[in-house]
Design a protein around this ligand. Structure first.
Ligand code: UTP
Length: 406
């Protein structure tokens, strides 16, 4: 892209400030800046409304297979699930592109040592859980690990240094999620350096499009993978490729499912599996109106009770059908270091937005979602903060309760 083309493009989208320092740059940096501008997907970001909150549709409760129903079908579900795993139809996708800002880490969240008397990383915990399935099924499902430009090297090195946690390394495939520009509150793309727009990981919702574009898309096709079990890095009790969950989904004939736990309180900060305008949808805790959040049935139980655990099973066929639909970008208010008045500015308060696509929006696109209730104490130990709720402390306590040596 040459300077004239860049100017025309930026004028069209009201982003000419990206060229504010162009005249000060040497030739190499000029070329770098033009190349960076050419790689920004302006059509995708032009629809972002910097002044509007997300409009949540009409919310109603969603049903889920209860613990008792799962228990009643366990034997049959497990058989179906194991068969699917053994025939290579199921792969796992670990979403590890997040920045773990709440933990205040300078490293990928999965590398965090959750152990006390021994080294036990979050990645290690999850791989141990996956290895239990390997033992039962007798095969290693493919595992795709999504990283970001920020943590890719550290993540791949960590897996290598830990000998892939005893997993078949030929079945682990890393890929990098895409980035999106960061904006000031008035919708202008920020510069990290005079020749570099601020580009940050574009949220966990882009996992499938990034996966398809990477070499991994070919692996899925060649290996005949039909189901992807997508999970977040921050639950140390995450059960991955769980045959019972897979079997229950396959038996239901639906194209998508999610593991859910009963919320402990109306105020718990967890997304809830609901229906939105009649379609399955995950509504974030901050989007749910208080009257709905606190609604109880005649027995005093929460009506909107199914919290999601970021453990979903998606049909590849259906994902391909819906992937032409672009996921909306959400605005995340953040502190973003940037160039201001020609100098590097490190803010102490949030000064702009990062753009994020959310995996939960995919659920809505799938058109159906089977909620499958799992035992909270056995499968849900999120690590979001150092202390307090959903923290390193609570996760450690739950690991001990589940007999994991830490
Ligand atoms: P969170 O939204 O909890 O973010 O991610 P986080 O990065 O773990 O933590 P905070 O909010 O910065 O403190 C939920 C899951 O989505 C992944 C994370 O790695 C985690 O597994 N994720 C998040 C990505 O893969 N990419 C992203 O851009 C954001």
């Amino acid at each position: 892209m040459n300077l004239d083309a860049a100017k025309a493009l930026l004028e069209k989208y009201g982003q000419t400030q990206l060229l504010d320092y162009y005249g000060e740059l040497d030739e190499e940096k000029k070329a770098e800046l033009l190349s960076a501008i050419s790689q920004i997907d302006f059509t995708a970001i032009s629809g972002v409304d910097f002044h509007a909150e997300r409009q949540v549709g009409e919310i109603s409760p969603a049903d889920a297979l209860s613990l008792a129903e799962v228990e009643a079908g366990r034997e049959e579900f497990e058989k179906i699930g194991l068969q699917a795993i053994r025939s290579g139809k199921v792969a796992a996708v670990l979403l590890a592109g997040g920045q773990g800002t709440r933990l205040g880490l300078d490293a990928p969240k999965g590398t965090f040592n959750i152990g006390v008397n021994r080294e036990l990383s979050i990645f290690g915990c999850q791989m141990n859980n996956l290895l239990q399935v390997v033992e039962k099924a007798g095969v290693y499902p493919h595992l795709f690990v999504m990283t970001s430009t920020v943590n890719h090297e550290q993540t791949t090195e960590f897996f290598e240094r830990n000998a892939y946690f005893g997993y078949d390394a030929s079945k682990i495939h890393f890929y990098v999620q895409k980035t999106a520009p960061a904006f000031s509150f008035d919708g202008k793309i920020l510069l990290e350096q005079k020749h570099k727009p601020v580009l940050t990981p574009n949220g966990n919702g882009g996992w499938y499009s990034s996966l398809k574009e990477a070499e991994c898309g070919r692996i899925i096709e060649e290996a005949g993978i039909e189901w992807l079990n997508v999970y977040g890095v921050d639950n140390v009790l995450q059960k991955i490729c769980d045959p019972v969950f897979i079997g229950a989904t396959l038996k239901s004939g639906l194209a998508c499912s999610g593991k859910v736990v009963r919320k402990v309180s109306a105020e718990e900060k967890v997304g809830v599996l609901c229906k939105e305008d009649g379609l399955p949808s995950v509504v974030e805790y901050f989007e749910m109106p208080t009257v709905k959040k606190t609604l109880k049935d005649a027995d005093g139980k929460l009506i909107y009770c199914f919290g999601v655990t970021l453990n979903y099973l998606f049909s590849v066929k259906k994902l391909d059908e819906v992937s032409a639909n672009k996921l909306p970008y959400h605005l995340a208010t953040k502190k973003i270091s940037c160039i201001s008045g020609g100098e590097v500015f490190v803010p102490e308060e949030p000064n702009g937005y990062k753009l994020e696509c959310l995996a939960v929006d995919l659920v809505k696109l799938m058109g159906s979602c089977l909620g499958v209730e799992v035992e909270r104490e056995k499968e849900f130990a999120p690590v979001k903060n150092m202390t307090g709720a959903d923290s390193v402390d609570t996760a450690r306590a739950l690991l001990i309760k589940n007999g994991v040596e830490i």
